[in-house]
Design a protein around this ligand. Structure first.
Ligand code: TYD
Length: 200
């Protein structure tokens, strides 16, 4: 099974992901975790270029293709082999992030990005995607001072991201769950576990 944690920066998805993975492992499952972009050597290089504060100019189209490059490598080198070996794969971010950040945030057409996602992943969609939803203002305030290149943007930008995740999650009849991230860590974690069990 392939599970993705995605959504707003500052919504606590990484904390929730760790708790969730511990729970799966305690239940005896073999879990492989990964980060998009990241995990593979190429992904880590792309991540440093994309998210570092460096003087390289990156246009939104280049940015989109760079996220896709990292993703294609991640799927081929890590996710598919892990699934093939019977592992549960849990990934921090995936296809929705590019549709929302480079689409709704960066002004590109979301449909075009879905097409690129399809190419990059060779059609591999997660079985279950949790999308963390949090008011843009709260998300910004939670991020504090140590912002990366993507995070150091305006409130209007964060609002577009927030709107994008909600709109895109609603387009999927099954397998994509919008998670209210304004609740306590325990409440959110119980909700995720329940959704997972319900998913079967
Ligand atoms: P993330 O990995 O959640 O950062 P960290 O764990 O370091 O807090 O996300 C990094 C940033 O990259 C985040 O602002 C979202 C952005 N991003 C995109 O703009 N497009 C994408 O396709 C992905 C995967 C991430």
């Amino acid at each position: 099974m392939f599970i993705v944690f995605d959504g707003m920066d500052g919504a606590g998805k990484t904390t929730q992901l760790h708790l969730f993975v511990d729970w799966l492992r305690d239940a005896g499952q073999e879990v492989a975790t990964c980060k998009d972009p990241g995990t593979t050597k190429l992904g880590i290089e792309m991540r440093a270029l994309l998210l570092g504060h460096h003087p390289v100019a990156i246009d939104v189209r280049s940015e989109t293709l760079m996220f896709m490059t990292a993703r294609a490598q991640l799927v081929e080198q890590f996710i598919r082999p892990a699934l093939h070996n019977g592992k549960t794969v849990v990934c921090d971010r995936y296809v929705f992030s590019t549709v929302v950040y480079q689409g709704y945030g960066g002004g590109l057409d979301p449909e075009t990005i879905w097409g690129l996602n399809d190419f990059a992943t060779a059609g591999l969609m997660a079985d279950l995607t949790f999308i963390f939803d949090l008011d843009a203002k709260i998300a910004m305030s939670r991020l504090g001072d140590s912002l990366d290149r993507m995070e150091s943007r305006s409130e209007d930008y964060f609002r577009r991201i927030c709107t994008g995740f909600v709109a895109e999650s609603k387009r999927w009849p099954t397998g994509v769950e919008l998670i209210d991230a304004s609740r306590s860590i325990d409440e959110i974690q119980s909700h995720l576990r329940q959704l997972y069990l319900d998913h079967g």
